[in-house]
Design a protein around this ligand. Structure first.
Ligand SMILES: [Zn+2]
Ligand SMILES: [Zn+2]
Ligand SMILES: [Zn+2]
Ligand SMILES: [Zn+2]
Length: 464
């Protein structure tokens, strides 16, 4: 390892894994927890200024996109990037993606300084916390922007009849009206009882229906609460991706073992490398099983089945140290082989975060030699003129968690999504969201040799 110069220079990569949100452990995810997550509704770093749907319109169907994921990635410079989040959106309609490579994805960056009206200043030392928080005044709750019930983007339009629900666009208002239960529930109030006064709001009743408080609800109230629940679940399933937390861990790998595992001579070194490989594989398997069990526990067996099948197809694609590799070497593109080998170490990774140091410009893990974005295709930051550099990539394994019907011919599909962002994390006064660049790379037909990595049953995360 030590004599491998190339390896020493390689920056560390943080891997992201999708895990179910542990509601029992910590309740629903909140913006103030500064989490990274997939699906559900976006958690806005800036609750006063929420992204407008106009900023994330699909260039094919002209409808507001669906929230795909967000990454909390704070930076030291400048001060205004003390809190920093990257949001990725995509059109859920696979047919749009077939017509356009990049117009169906959007990525925006949101930043906040340490001293802001939304979160108490965080101090490195606990002793100073009180001192630093002195004089900090939180934003008045009425200054929080309204969010669209359907997509979570800015919702300036309010249902004119009940004034209880906000929407980003007429499309989403119509969706709630026709595909949810709002047509039936709009303007209605929860049935009264001696336990609750008439003003009990919808949210409280909805929460009550999930708690032990169920006993305090009478039959009519229970029915009403159930309807509210069905209403939100219908919209959730139709429009959003299943919500999952992104847990990160550093990628550890031994380039030498990786190379030698593929070498074809039977030297003692190779033997050693293979032993190391087996140990690593066993440790990884245990980790994977734990994840699959956690997912299965929450969602039934569908997800773990989907994981198994994803794993099986990954394994089938990774003939490490196998003769098959030697035989097909000339037919498969080199980037694809490198991709397979790296991913095989952590087959469930859904994200690779590569911007770990300022002075190192990281390289993505391409899925093919074909379709590598040229430097000229990544425009500099329009706000400051600085170049945009590669920050992270979304892996194809994510597709297994999005409850997509992979049997559909126009199902959402990608090899990898590459996100490039302003190297200086520039700040523009009064501008709350800055667009960054996302590039889509697909697997090449040759590289895949007819194997579809995303084959398998649809994850049942949201189909329950
Ligand atoms: Zn579209
Ligand atoms: Zn909306
Ligand atoms: Zn209404
Ligand atoms: Zn910039």
């Amino acid at each position: 390892m030590a004599d491998n110069d190339h390896q020493e220079d390689a920056p560390e990569v943080m891997l992201g894994f999708a895990e179910p949100v542990d509601l029992e452990e910590h309740g629903p995810l909140l913006a103030e927890q500064f989490v990274s997550k997939i699906g559900g509704l976006p958690l806005w770093l800036n609750p006063e200024h929420i992204l407008d749907a106009k900023e994330v319109i699909c260039e094919q169907c002209s409808k507001p996109m669906t929230f795909l994921l967000q990454l909390y990635s704070p930076e030291d410079h400048p001060e205004e990037a003390f809190h920093r989040a990257i949001y990725v959106f995509c059109c859920k309609t696979g047919a749009c993606h077939k017509k356009s490579l990049e117009g169906c994805f959007k990525v925006v960056r949101s930043q906040l300084g340490q001293y802001n009206a939304y979160y108490p200043p965080v101090s490195e030392k606990e002793d100073n916390a009180e001192e630093e928080n002195k004089g900090w005044v939180p934003l008045e709750s009425n200054k929080r922007a309204k969010t669209c019930f359907v997509c979570g983007l800015h919702g300036p339009k309010v249902c004119s009849k009940c004034h209880k629900f906000s929407y980003c666009s007429p499309e989403h208002q119509a969706l709630h009206w026709t595909k949810g239960l709002h047509k039936q529930l709009c303007g209605t109030n929860p049935p009264p009882s001696h336990n609750m006064d008439l003003d009990t709001n919808l949210a409280e009743l909805s929460i009550a229906s999930h708690d032990d408080q169920t006993k305090t609800l009478n039959k009519e109230q229970q029915e009403y609460a159930n309807k509210l629940d069905i209403d939100s679940k219908l919209i959730e399933r139709m429009f959003r991706f299943p919500e999952l937390e992104i847990i990160s861990e550093p990628e550890e790998f031994d380039q030498e073992a990786l190379d030698e595992g593929l070498a074809h001579d039977s030297s003692g070194d190779e033997q050693e490398a293979e032993e190391g490989w087996e140990e690593k594989a066993a440790a990884l398997k245990a980790k994977k099983e734990k994840r699959a069990a956690a997912l299965a526990k929450k969602n039934g067996t569908g997800v773990s089945k989907s994981l198994e099948s994803a794993e099986a197809s990954m394994n089938a694609l990774v003939p490490v140290g196998d003769e098959l590799y030697e035989n097909t070497k000339t037919d498969i593109d080199a980037a694809f082989l490198t991709f397979q080998k790296r991913v095989a170490l952590y087959p469930d990774q859904v994200l690779r975060y590569a911007r770990m140091e300022y002075d190192v410009t990281p390289e993505p893990l391409y899925v093919s030699d074909i379709g590598i974005p040229k430097t000229s295709e990544i425009p500099p930051c329009p706000d400051c003129g600085q170049e945009r550099s590669f920050e992270f990539q979304v892996m194809p394994q994510l597709l297994n968690y999005l409850a997509i019907d992979h049997s559909a011919s126009d199902a959402l599909d990608f090899g990898t999504l590459l996100v490039y962002s302003c190297k200086d994390n520039c700040h523009v006064e009064g501008k709350h969201y800055q667009h960054e660049v996302i590039k889509v790379q697909h697997f090449s037909e040759d590289g895949m040799e007819g194997t579809n990595m995303n084959i398998g049953p649809t994850a049942s995360v949201s189909s329950k």
